[in-house]
Design a protein around this ligand. Structure first.
Ligand code: PEP
Ligand code: MN
Length: 348
């Protein structure tokens, strides 16, 4: 397996074609690249066509490439991540999950329990959050718990219940994949695959999940830098899966008064440096329900493409993360406030 830093697989140069360039011109540039023992990775965007040069760029004579018909400019990418960067693709990537679209400027709200616990629980919550305006249902069937003694999720049964809740409400479902052993199940039941904070650098899991071709919700590791986060997403794009939504879910710092710190900086920064949509998870950031709405407002104001919120019909009895879960009423109030603040309209 070649690593991302291997010059054989890395893109250090992007050839941007003129708007008026024909497909023949692009093909010709690719053939010149190939004649030099390199590979041309073409991405057709709305605004422009770009060719990522895969391999050792020094083998190419920049001056000669500039003179090829249809070539507008040559960009050298110094950042370690390539395909997720805005240099590579200036326009926002739109990720579709059912009828929901991330990256359009209009935020998408995902809501549901931390874990699927019973048919009654997931049905009540699914119907409740749908009525209140959520577009995607969340709920873990396989829970990656810090303690082996905590609730580990219902497993396959949980996936079946999620699929029933989708049938009953029409909401697509997102749930976390923790092991490659479950890939077949996820191929069958799930609309969007969540890769959790604890697995952000489980590259084998990321690659295999991406290969399923379904949209991915990639959560930031609790101690991962923005660069490491974007490099993890790069693994998905390298598997040919561009349907990736990033999720800032709070990072660990010296501060212990809340569970994590929602890194608002990273939301605005990633919107600038990457074309991928990014959403925020104020529930896992705060660790307590009373702070969740405010963190959600702040995240959308900072440019997040959506929120993922933990909601439970009986938070006091929840088998996981009850402390940070909103009641259905609480979620309803939050949605009302979001509307009043014009944060759900888009164009942030
Ligand atoms: C979750 O979404 O319930 C979860 C476990 O999140 P994270 O991976 O961000 O801790
Ligand atoms: Mn949780």
């Amino acid at each position: 397996m070649q690593s991302a830093n291997n010059p054989v697989t890395t893109i250090h140069m992007i050839i941007v074609m003129q708007k008026s360039a024909t497909k023949e011109m692009t093909d010709h540039v690719v053939s010149v690249i190939e004649e030099h023992g390199l590979r041309g990775d073409v991405s057709f965007g709305e605004q422009r066509t770009a060719i990522g040069v895969v391999g050792d760029k020094d083998k190419l004579d920049e001056g000669k490439v500039m003179r090829l018909p249809g070539v507008k400019e040559i960009l050298l990418i110094s950042k370690p991540y390539k395909k997720v960067s805005r240099e590579y693709k200036p326009e926002n990537t739109i990720v579709k999950v059912g009828n929901a679209e991330f990256g359009t400027g209009k935020p998408v709200i995902i809501a549901g329990p931390c874990g699927v616990e019973s048919e009654e629980q997931i049905m009540t919550i699914a119907k409740g959050v749908k009525k209140l305006g959520a577009q995607i249902l969340r709920g873990g069937a396989f829970k990656p718990r810090t303690s082996p003694y905590s609730f580990q999720g219902m497993g396959e049964e949980g996936l079946i219940l999620l699929a029933r809740a989708r049938e009953a409400t029409g909401l697509p479902v997102v749930t976390e994949l923790v092991s490659t052993e479950h890939l077949d199940l996820f191929a069958e039941y799930v609309d969007m695959i969540q890769l959790g904070a604890r697995n952000m650098q489980n590259f084998d899991l990321i690659r295999k999940a991406a290969q399923l071709g379904k949209p991915i919700l990639l959560k930031r590791g609790m101690s991962a830098s923005v660069e490491e986060f974007l490099l993890a997403a790069e693994y998905c794009l390298n598997e040919g899966n561009k349907q990736v939504v990033l999720c800032e879910r709070g990072i660990r710092t010296f501060e212990t008064s809340t569970r994590n710190i929602l890194d608002i900086n990273s939301l605005s920064l990633i919107k600038e440096t990457s074309h991928l949509p990014i959403i925020a998870d104020p529930s896992h950031a705060a660790g307590r329900y009373d702070l969740v709405p405010q963190l959600g407002y702040a995240a959308l104001a900072a440019g997040a493409d959506g929120l993922i919120i933990e909601v439970h019909n009986k938070p006091d009895e929840a088998l996981s993360d009850g402390k940070q879960s909103l009641t259905l009423e609480g979620f309803g109030e939050m949605m009302e406030r979001l509307k009043k603040m014009h944060l759900l309209n888009g164009n942030n």
